[in-house]
Design a protein around this ligand. Structure first.
Ligand code: BV8
Ligand code: ZN
Length: 253
């Protein structure tokens, strides 16, 4: 039996005994759909540092460049499809229903397109805009966009409804994710380098910091070990588009 098979058996056993399941995903779960991850691209987008275009100062310095950055990612996200890893997570949600929470750092909407309904978008969504004036949030598609649209309500410029570096996450979304991570019996951490906070802080929360009895079991699904690996009880190392469906097979899903 390979190491991965043994770890898949351990992961399935942990989940069989779980009453509450939480998941934290990152860009890696969308990689097999063709969506570039952040760190693999050396943090660059068409020569721009991501922290520059995904940052309020970048927006203030050159809003059109930032709008184009997100418009290009919307266009790319519209061309790709969810992969079997996304579908597997939707199957896990169907089994645990309201005792299942998926917190994602991804903004591509692929979890929802795969059927996941209980999704906490920690870092916002490519598919929403937010008004810089009145704060109104609205849906946006991948249709060609000449430039930064004005708010239909107050005419102020719209911005992507994305949490940039240096910006606070929506406290209600983060709070719900923290509650789910603390309350879970199993936390699956899939496709994230676990370097961005406070999202990465959900992982040790599942262990409960000595307060929670028993601590949650952390299952890491990644190509390689990460900053989160020290918290992981089980490691499923391989493409999540393969490991997550194999985990569902073991659970008969
Ligand atoms: C904030 C939206 C308060 C943009 C993003 C401690 C506490 C609090 C804050 C901080 C802190 N330390 C530092 C900070 C500041 C900062 C931060 O964390 N910086 C990091 C870089 C050190 N955090 C913030 O600014 C947050 N705000 O805390 O507010 C505050 C206010 C003022 C001053 C300070 C604090 C806001 C963070 C949100 C930023 N926005 N996204 C956009 O998407 O356009 S973050 C961005 O990184 C994406 O959302 C992305 O999802 C996320 C994390 O990256 P990953 O998803 O993990 O992707 P990555 O490429 O890194 O890794 C992919 C992984 O997948 C790899 O491990 C790879 O091996 C694996 N993989 C690849 N292929 C596969 C695979 N795995 C499985 N299968 C495969 N096929
Ligand atoms: Zn407005």
């Amino acid at each position: 039996m390979s190491d991965l098979d043994a770890e898949l058996d351990r992961a399935a056993a942990a989940l069989r005994g779980a009453t509450r399941v939480a998941v934290l995903t990152g860009a890696g779960v969308s990689a097999e759909s063709g969506v570039p991850t952040f760190r693999a691209s050396d943090g660059l987008w068409e020569g721009h540092r991501i922290e520059d275009v995904a940052h309020p100062t970048g927006w203030r310095r050159d809003p059109r460049l930032v709008w184009q950055f997100y418009h290009a990612r919307r266009a790319k996200a519209a061309e790709v499809c969810p992969n079997p890893g996304h579908a597997a997570l939707a199957k896990l949600e169907a089994k645990w229903a309201d005792r299942f929470t998926l917190a994602t750092q991804n903004v591509d909407g692929l979890h929802q397109r795969a059927g996941s309904q209980r999704v906490l978008e920690l870092h916002g969504s490519l598919w929403r805009t937010r008004c810089t004036g009145c704060g109104e949030v609205a849906a946006i598609g991948a249709e060609p966009s000449a430039g930064i649209p004005p708010c239909p309500t107050c005419a102020a410029p719209l911005r992507p409804d994305i949490v940039w570096f240096g910006e606070n996450l929506d406290p209600a979304v983060l709070g719900a994710a923290e509650e789910a991570a603390f309350a879970c019996d199993v936390l699956i951490v899939a496709g994230t380098s676990a370097v961005v906070f406070p999202a990465a802080g959900l992982i040790p929360l599942a262990k409960g910091g000595g307060v929670k009895r028993p601590p949650g079991v952390v299952i890491e699904c990644n190509l390689t070990p990460t900053d989160a690996s020290r918290h992981a009880d089980i490691g499923l190392y391989g493409p999540s588009g393969e490991t997550l469906p194999r985990l569902c097979d073991r659970l008969g899903l």
